[in-house]
Ligand binder design. Sequence first.
Ligand code: NIG
Ligand code: FE
Length: 393
Amino acid sequence: MSTTLVTGIAELVTNDPTHPDGDGSPLGVIEHAAVVTEGDRIAWVGRAQDAPDADERDDLDGRALVPAFVDSHSHLVFAGDRSAEFAARMTGTPYDGGGIAVSMAATRAASDDELRALVGRRVAEMRAQGTGVVEIKSGYGLSVADEARALRIAREFTDETTFLGAHVVPPEFRSDDASRASYVALVCGEMLQACAPHARWIDVFCEPHSEFAFTADESGQILTAGKEAGLELRVHGNQLGAGPGVQLAARLGAASVDHCTYLTDEDIASLAGSSTVATLLPGVEFSTRSPYPDARRLLDAGVTVALASDCNPGTCYSSSMPFAIAVAVRDMGMTPAQALHAATAGAAQSLRRDDIGVLRPGARAELTVLDAPSYLHLAYRPGVPIARRIDLG
Ligand code: NIG
Ligand code: FE
């Protein structure tokens, strides 16, 4: 297997606090560093002066190198857009999840090839901005065939696929309580059977503040059925108001609870005593004019925090992790170091992966170079496309 020596790294973020050449911080920063890759893996990390030889060389000429961003929350399988809904929100219309049915109709009407091309374009957009592994959810099909199709297409782009049949109750099941209950039964039964072979995760939009989303009881039933079918758990929780999602996620051992826009002290205590990561999605508060959560409350309590894009047609049509980092620093009380850690190692932990989000021998060679001497520039230069993945070998 061919080896490549990456040199000229002014500042290397390893996320390995134990590296002897690192600064001892959680980011494990090494100055004047080098990395050697072998095939798709990291083979060596350290100071440039100590670097071994390799078959190829790549000189970064004084740039910073960081682990590729891990985008642990996205909804890329959709057709159409909801720019008019966004414009209405900017003049005061609140978000309530009702627009999901609009994207559902457009997605059902699209052909497989159209959807595949749309997802491909969005994944390429992410990679061009420094993202490596991306998680992709279904959730705009909301029928057995359309959910399974969304996951089959998502699987062509990532192993981190998530079944989100419980995104909202689709319009054809909203007439009364019995009809709604029959949708929950469908999600737990036939839809789960059809989708589980194409998914690693199951997710649910648990939100009492939306009439379209799912209660704690319904969410618990759906997540439990998913677990029995061999899927691991994620939850959309506490997005529109304080609610049961965070504590349900912690109680059921979900890998992650995402949004966490509104958190009580009890929510934070339940996360602190669990292995559930709190995934914050700054682009959502930005694009819905919701208040930003205070990430410091979580970090001070010892909760692991992740950042992700939530790229979707409703609450945040941004695929940019640098944008999420910049907003988290500007408006959520994170330091640039905490935000980068959350967008890499934190997000990897939310996917229960130890082979990404870190640069150490044996990890995947998922590298992002910055057209800047330091990772500080990610938040310092918002909107400037300084991050891109490097593809070696
Ligand atoms: O993560 N809240 C639920 N799901 C998405 C939004 C989906 C949409 O509005 O299309 C979210 O914010
Ligand atoms: Fe989401």
